[in-house]
Design a protein around this ligand. Structure first.
Ligand code: FMN
Length: 364
């Protein structure tokens, strides 16, 4: 990670500079707005300094004032006025960002404001959390302390606009706290248990059960991505001790997640993958969870049907199931074809939500 030196200011110096500098007014506004740079939160003072900056036509201060009207902070909430101010500040903000190219420390503040436009969808800007993350991350790298705080308290903690990463969340909050930001200190206390829990999870293996190879393929790809060994259920008997923490992947047979009951008694399953022939849907995942009494996080990966690897009995059974599905939904051509000829829908992209989840709750 890039080394970051947070920017902090002396309020007395800022007051001096605020006579001529709109940015100093904005930073004073921010300081009273959010309790930064050693002052206590005082929303009325925040509005006073934003108004001072707005009189100097500083787009960051106009934005700050707009946000006060939008949330009703230090003024009576007025969404219409907020909208007008946001729209007024927006093009000026873009110009300023351009002008400040050679001065990253000043530019950090306009980038941060633009990030907030995308985060909340202020003015005519359409909400875009990914864009917001990119801008706030850029502002943080330039030393903007509230951006550093936001990366830790929000973006990386919740996985908003980026992948969840509790290590990074803690790193940014600790950095902000070490530069005397009180709200970073309280967030660290609030998140302490979650950080602690994450460190304690040690996934020993990915254990899978596969009849025709689709689940095995997902398990092997996952194993490479996460650098955790994978074993079939029979191999795991020798390699993995009881009660160890594992990920379990298996195939679906008549709505049953094969082997789940037994494996759940033997190991501590952190999360599960179910591989089936049906298309993925929220309703189907819910049905699988209820039917199998699953308590852990369940992910669904579409496998397929491979008739060559099934015995005559299963082949016949599946053809019958296929006929029933076709009778129920004659227009579902994809399913009709799948049950008639077989097919393969395995795609490593389907694993992403599970990988993100595991990275979020463990140290892998
Ligand atoms: C007897 C039998 C019943 C099945 N029942 C279901 C089912 O209820 N839901 C589903 O999505 N897929 C069902 N399938 C499809 C398998 O889950 C699918 O072929 C899966 O990709 C198999 O994984 P594998 O290749 O790892 O064995 C069934 C397959 C067989 C052979």
């Amino acid at each position: 990670m890039k080394e970051i030196i947070p920017l902090t200011f002396n309020v007395k110096d800022l007051e001096e500079q605020a006579r001529t500098d709109g940015l100093a007014c904005y930073i004073l506004g921010r300081s009273y707005d959010s309790g930064e740079n050693g002052v206590d939160q005082d929303l009325e003072k925040a509005v006073y300094w934003y108004e001072e900056g707005a009189r100097k036509n500083d787009p960051r201060a106009i934005y700050g004032l707009a946000a006060c009207y939008d949330f009703g902070d230090g003024v009576e909430q007025d969404k219409k006025k907020a909208y007008e101010l946001f729209v007024d500040a927006y093009p000026k903000l873009l110009n300023l960002m351009e002008e400040e190219q050679r001065n990253p420390e000043r530019q950090a503040f306009s980038i941060f404001c633009l990030g907030a436009y995308y985060y909340f969808g202020f003015g005519d800007v359409i909400e875009d959390k990914t864009k917001a993350f990119e801008l706030i991350n850029d502002a943080a790298e330039k030393g903007h302390i509230a951006a550093i705080y936001d990366l830790g308290a929000n973006f990386y903690y919740t996985g908003t606009g980026t992948n969840q990463d509790l290590e990074k969340s803690r790193y940014y909050l600790e950095l902000a706290a070490s530069y005397n930001l009180p709200r970073a200190k309280s967030k660290l206390l609030e998140y302490q248990d979650t950080y602690q829990k994450k460190r304690q999870i040690m996934i020993k293996a990915i254990i899978y059960q596969s009849k025709t190879g689709h689940t095995k393929e997902y398990a092997e790809t996952l194993s490479k991505e996460l650098k955790i060994p994978c074993y079939s259920v029979s191999d795991a008997k020798e390699k993995i001790n009881k009660k160890e923490e594992i990920i379990y992947l298996s195939w679906i047979r008549a709505t049953t997640l094969v082997g789940y009951k037994k494996i759940n008694k033997k190991y501590q399953i952190i999360c599960l993958g179910a591989v089936g022939a049906y298309p993925k849907s929220k309703e189907y995942i819910k049905q699988l969870k209820e039917y199998n009494h699953i308590t852990q996080e369940l992910f669904y990966f579409r496998g397929g049907i491979n008739y060559e690897k099934l015995n005559k009995f299963y082949q016949k059974l599946l053809k019958l199931v296929g006929k029933a599905i076709t009778m129920e939904n004659p227009r579902d051509k994809e399913m009709t074809r799948l049950f008639e000829n077989g097919g393969n829908f395995v795609n490593k992209k389907h694993l992403k939500p599970m990988i993100d989840y595991i990275k979020g709750v463990t140290n892998v």
